[in-house]
Write a protein that binds this ligand. Structure first.
Ligand SMILES: [Zn+2]
Length: 149
């Protein structure tokens, strides 16, 4: 318990981890795995730089600067992932279909149809008629009760 309190006292006032650090850690693991096969010194230097950056950001006491860096990273991440957001949502959410309106760019969240195929709907904001290719559908389980004797 003394060690934990020492670590807690050491980390007091320091930044800790955030989304940018998580991304850097994943990048480090990728570079590490690639370097296991290639065994290049320049990749090893990149690994070292990544580890140093992660540790320096985690232990940094300049919290405002680290927050600014994280905000910039999040903006970049949003710019990159924004075109794929409906695809990501469709993949993650198994109970709804997400469709972006081509006229007003509103993302519609629709309930699953009972059958697979082409469906039609209307955008609530601009009233444009939309066509949806529904690959997902409601799976209805029929449960039969056994008659008791
Ligand atoms: Zn619309």
């Amino acid at each position: 318990m003394k060690l934990l309190t020492k670590i807690a006292r050491f980390m007091y006032g320091r930044y800790g981890t955030d989304n940018l650090n998580h991304f850097l850690f994943i990048l480090y693991i990728l570079v590490f795995i690639i370097n296991l096969f290639l065994k290049q010194t320049w990749l090893f230097i990149i690994e070292l730089l990544l580890v140093l950056t992660i540790f320096s950001r985690t232990l940094s006491k300049n919290i405002n600067q680290r927050k600014k860096e994280n905000q910039i990273f999040l903006k970049w991440k949003e710019c990159i992932t924004k075109p794929f957001q409906t695809i990501i949502k469709n993949w993650k959410d198994k109970d709804h279909i997400y469709k972006k309106c081509c006229k007003c760019k509103t993302v519609l969240r629709l309930p699953l149809p009972s059958k697979r195929g082409i469906k039609h709907t209307k955008c609530p904001t601009c009233k444009k008629r939309l066509t949806i290719f529904a690959f997902k559908y409601q799976k209805i389980e029929i449960i039969r009760n056994k008659k008791e004797k």
